[in-house]
Design a protein around this ligand. Structure first.
Ligand code: NAD
Ligand code: 0WE
Length: 259
């Protein structure tokens, strides 16, 4: 049985009830994990209020802290809170990404230096940064899971800049797995099929893409946040104790198809 009781899990990337991170948090909670949640702070505190109201009742997180991954002090402060309140960390979920709109349409060769570095800083570099901060708290072993997309392996129309960021993210998973394996820390990625979320809904043509998957994928449908959450819970559990450095496709089988 999948059992995460006694495990402390820090989940990043919840923005609203459609977030993949929210699906993951709920399934980790259902498996008995003790939850901590980080949110991206804004000036008016609207994200904080929204995320707090969403998570408060269902998962009762014992940690709720701001963490903008572009801010080293906020990252350190978040993990200081984990050290103070929990002492040890077992599970880290990295479920965030951002690229400026100019990087998600038009010519790849026209992407600005600024947009490129911002996307790679937030979406790629942050995994190693958070993993590094988590490492000293994962003495008893641990599991780190990040979210990627097929556009990091294939040239999917308009995914452009995020594709490069995800390619770097998947390679970061391998280097981090090699570094942290001797400490019994596992690092894996889930490559999710397209799901309607805040981030994906802001992308033109996402509905056409979803319909295409529904026609072509072996299961003839897309996947849900809950299915991704269940795969994450598995990867974080002792059932996956022999798995590290991998990219697990949770995409209704779409990746294997030739069209
Ligand atoms: P989402 O908008 O719900 O989540 C994106 C999150 O990134 C938000 O919570 C946002 O606050 C956070 N974020 C952005 N910039 C940040 C920063 N500087 N610091 C901290 N957090 C920041 O959308 P989602 O689709 O759930 O995306 C979650 C992850 O899943 C992303 O890595 C995305 O690439 C990946 N993914 C999404 C799909 C899909 O189709 N929706 C498919 C495969 C992979
Ligand atoms: O990783 C993603 C989306 C990530 C994302 C989305 C946005 C939209 C709003 C990152 N940054 C931004 N910046 C914004 O300003 N996905 C896997 C979902 C997605 O995005 C696509 C897709 C799919 C699927 C973009 C083009 C084509 C397909």
């Amino acid at each position: 049985m999948l059992n995460l009781s006694g495990k402390n899990a820090l989940v990043t990337g919840i923005a609203n009830n459609r977030s993949i991170a929210w699906g993951i948090a709920q399934q980790l909670h259902a498996a008995g994990a003790n939850l901590g949640v980080t949110y991206l702070p804004d000036e008016k505190g609207r994200f904080e209020k929204k995320v707090r109201e969403l998570v408060e009742e269902p998962i009762a997180p014992s940690i709720f802290v701001p963490c903008d991954v572009q801010n080293d002090e906020q990252i350190q402060e978040a993990f200081n809170t984990v050290a103070d309140k929990w002492g040890k960390l077992d599970i880290l979920i990295h479920c965030l990404a951002f690229a400026d709109k100019e990087g998600l349409s038009g010519d790849f060769s026209a992407i600005s230096r600024q947009a490129f570095s911002q996307a790679l800083e937030i979406s790629t570099y942050s995994l190693g940064r958070l993993a590094g901060a988590a490492k000293p708290l994962m003495n008893e072993g641990g599991s780190i899971v990040t979210l990627t997309y097929l556009g990091g392996v294939r040239a999917i129309p308009n995914y452009n800049l995020m594709g490069v960021a995800k390619a770097g993210l998947e390679m970061s998973v391998r280097y981090l797995a090699a570094e942290m394996g001797p400490h019994n820390i596992r690092v894996n990625a889930i490559s999710a099929g397209p799901i309607r979320t805040l981030a994906s809904s802001a992308v033109g043509g996402i509905l056409d893409m979803i319909h295409h998957v529904e026609e072509v994928a072996p299961l003839r449908r897309t996947v849900t946040q809950t299915e991704v959450g269940n795969a994450a819970a598995f990867l974080c559990s002792d059932l996956a104790s022999g798995i590290t450095g991998q990219v697990l496709y949770v995409d209704a089988g779409y990746e294997i198809m030739g069209m």
